[in-house]
Structure formats: structure tokens, C-alpha cells
Design a protein around this ligand. Structure first.
Ligand code: ZN
Length: 274
């Protein structure tokens, strides 16, 4: 399912994918490679500051697809939970400033905290940030993470759980992110993508390597692993998704490469395997 993408019109790269590059280098490198979209990780804003980044991004001609990442709502103290909400509100301001229509939420978890409690705190946190996001014209998107991260990164581990949360909160500025790295194994994925429908706000790709040598920083280029990326993209498009395809690869191996060469590999893998 899914037809090959024959041009680069929908290709977006996350700044973390080319982590050794500054924002200035990433903007130049992506533009040179004909990549039209960029997703900004918040750490990439440090080089030029928020206002400087906004100005440079505007001048670059790149489309800012999203800001990564908000979330990390659960905490063991109420002060910690409030701090997370405040930080997410700052992320909303940053997104609005740089023209990012969307913030991806890595919702958070605390080792030892009951996962149902963490999900309840996540729902409260999202609800607390939504009015500020809506006023700023920024959407929030719940990204389910692979269950290997349920200890400390996200208590939302399936698209079904993300859909449940979005349907419970019910807000026009809240949706879900489908990341094939986190979700490919789920027997309910096709059904949950269909259920998410127009709530799918963004779509992330990379591949699952065998063996995976590092739980965080060993993602593969598309086509290097076992994820049926094109099929999953087909399901998302059947559900109504027509946005950017975002390449999000954390890889110690690829970060060690000359990044211009790596972006060329990303481009090739995108055309061949997405
Ligand atoms: Zn992702």
C-alpha cells in the first residue's frame, strides 16, 4: 500500500537528525539538498536565540513543520508538575515565534510512578497548556513512544492510548503524531491510524535496526530495518494525512558522519523507501 514519493515536496528533516550541525548549518545544508521542511528541536534555538532563529528561518525559505518537543508532564511534586506546564507554555511561545504550527509532545513518565497515574498527570498537563497554545495558534500533538521508554519518557505507548487521550480531552488544537519507529509493531496500528483520521498532525520516519545496539541512539535510515514504512504511510494517507514526512533519526553512527553526506543518504532513502 502507498505509492512511492517521486519528489521531495513533502520531505522534512528534524534538526536532531543532523545534531552536529548548528541551526545555521542545518538550514543551509537542507536547502542545498532540496529539502523543503525543517522540524526544530528546542536546543537548536540556542545558537541564534528565538528571535534570531525566527528571522533566519524566515529568510531560509524552509517551511517550519514543528517544534520538538514539549511534554514531560508527570512529576512527583506539584511544583514539578507546574514547572513542566510553565516550560510547555514557553515552548508554545517559541513555536509561535518561529512559525511552527505544532509542538510534538513526548508526554513523560517517572520511574516508579504508576503508569495510569502518569497518564492522568499528562492529561491534566495538556489541558493546562491547551488554552495558551490555542491563543497562540499552535497545535499540540501527542506522540506515543515505544514501550521500551515507558519508564522515563512516556507513559503513552500505543496509538490507541494517544487516541484515547485526544478523544477524552477533545480540543480542536490537539492531535496525534504517528512515528513509525515507536508504533510499527502494534497489531492494532492500521485500525488506530484509521481511528485517528484527521487528528493525525504529523508523521515521523526512521527504521528499526537488528540488532538495536543502543535503546536511544541507534535508529536506522529508512530501508535499513524491518519497518514497513510505505505501508504505514499508506494507512495514514487513507486516513486523510497529507502533510510532511519527517525524518527523525537519532544515531551515534550517523552523527559521526560528515553531515552533508548523511543528508544525501537521507534523501536517497526517502525516495527509495518512503
Ligand atoms: Zn518522533
Amino acid at each position: 500500500m502507498g505509492t512511492p514519493l517521486t519528489n521531495l515536496d513533502r520531505l522534512c528533516i528534524h534538526t536532531i537528525t543532523t545534531k552536529p550541525w548548528s541551526l545555521t548549518q542545518a538550514m543551509a545544508g537542507y536547502a542545498k539538498a532540496g529539502v523543503p521542511g525543517i522540524t526544530i528541536w528546542r536546543d537548536a534555538l540556542a545558537e541564534l536565540g528565538v528571535a534570531g532563529s525566527a528571522k533566519a528561518l524566515k529568510a531560509s525559505g524552509l517551511k517550519v513543520v514543528s517544534l520538538c518537543r514539549g511534554g514531560f508532564f508527570p512529576a512527583t511534586t506539584s511544583a514539578g508538575r507546574q514547572e513542566a506546564i510553565d516550560d510547555n507554555r514557553r515552548a508554545v511561545d517559541e513555536a509561535a515565534a518561529i512559525g511552527a504550527p505544532l509542538i510534538v509532545l513526548v508526554c513523560g513518565a517517572v520511574p516508579g510512578m504508576d503508569l495510569a497515574e502518569a497518564r492522568s498527570q499528562i492529561a491534566d498537563g495538556i489541558a493546562a497548556v491547551l488554552p495558551h497554545a490555542a491563543a497562540a495558534g499552535v497545535k499540540l500533538s501527542v506522540e506515543a513512544l515505544h514501550p521500551m521508554y515507558a519508564d522515563c519518557r512516556s507513559a503513552i505507548n500505543t496509538l490507541g492510548q494517544a487516541n484515547d487521550m485526544v478523544e477524552t480531552i477533545r480540543h480542536p488544537d490537539l492531535g496525534v503524531t504517528v512515528d513509525v519507529y515507536h508504533l510499527w509493531w502494534d497489531p492494532d496500528l492500521e485500525r488506530e491510524i484509521s481511528r485517528a483520521g484527521r487528528n493525525i498532525l504529523s508523521f515521523h520516519v526512521s527504521d528499526w535496526r537488528t540488532p538495536t545496539r543502543d535503546l536511544l541512539n541507534d535508529r536506522g535510515l529508512m530501508g535499513e530495518g524491518c519497518i514497513p514504512i510505505r505501508r504505514i504511510r499508506g494507512w495514514a494517507e487513507q486516513a486523510g494525512f497529507a502533510g510532511f514526512i519527517e525524518v527523525e533519526i537519532f544515531s551515534n553512527e550517523y552523527w559521526a558522519m560528515e553531515q552533508g553526506k548523511f543528508v544525501e543518504s537521507v534523501r536517497r532513502a526517502y525516495v527509495q523507501h518512503v
